[in-house]
Each structure stands twice: as structure tokens, then as C-alpha cells.
Design a protein. Sequence first.
Length: 200
Amino acid sequence: MAMKMMGKKTIIYDDRKCSINPNHQTYIMKSGKPHWLVFEGNWVCKSCYGKLIQTPNITPEQRERKKFHNDRRTKEVIARDNKKRFLFRNKIVRSKQTLRIGKCSWCIKKIGDTYINHLGKLDIIEKTHIHHIRYHYDNPEKDTIELCPSCHMKESRRLENIDRNILKFLNNFIPLDIKQIAKLCNNNIEMVNLLLENSG
């Protein structure tokens, strides 16, 4: 087994061979590890596994159409689409307009600048995050700001502390069923106060 550094990623090479086509190299994951699969007790590369085992009924015309679609996905197209994608309640949402400009709204750092990560080490901003000040289920793009990873983590920790303190306070005064509703208040102090008044 051999290892090779490529930027931040360490790619691991091994002597395994695909049992279907020995000339094939398998897919390398983001962690740098090769993605081998097992079929009938033998190693199979990801390409052969997908074509012959996972989806064997796809016609050559369908494969050609899929390849044509993937070939159009250039780095420029992927970068453009990524500026419109963001996470909303653990689901990826695609916006109609570009939300990211590659610059933090608070510390004014840009993509490519250095920052100190949660381990206390210097790191490079590879992409910015979309932070929701308040969640709107009917309009996920509303009340959003663009933050760097450092500012996003600081704000998330601050909100977690607020949640913890509110729930700790509510734990002493509000019955269990109202507590569960209060957990869904999402840092809305007016809603918490309303619950406190109704519980009294």
C-alpha cells in the first residue's frame, strides 16, 4: 500500500485489482481512500459495479445520454450552480438567484483567505456558508446571510447556548408538553414569553 499527498488530500494506493477488468482503477473518495466493492467474493471497481451489477438494464443509448449530460457539467457550471445551493433543515435547496458572492458578511474575508479553525490551526476558506437568521418554511431564502466557516460556527455556538439557557429556564416552570413546543420556537423570544404567560 502506497500513499501520495495531493494538496490537503492523501491518496492511498493499494495492489487490489478489479476482477471484471484488471486495467480499471477504482474511484478515489474525498478522504483519499479507494472505493472498492465486493461481488461474489471478489474485488470490483466502482465503474464495473455500477455498469454490470447495480444498473445492468441501462441501454448503451441511455449511458451515452448520461455521459453527454455529465460532460456538460464543467467546473465553471458546477461552481455557478454551487453558488445557488444551500442547506435548509438538513435538506439541499436550490435557489433561483445567486446567494453567494464568496465574501463573509461579518468579517469581510473572501474565499482563499486564511482563518483559524476550531482546532486552533490556520485553514483556508474554500467556500462560504449560508446562515439563516430565522427559518421561514414558505421561503427558505428569506433572512439569510453569507458567512465564512469561522463566523458561522461562532454564531451557531452562540445560538446553541441561547437554546440551552432557554430550555434550562423553561424546565423549571413549564410542563413537559409546552416544553416540547418551546423547543420549536427557534430562538423567538416573543413566542417563549407567550408560552410563559399561557402557562401561568
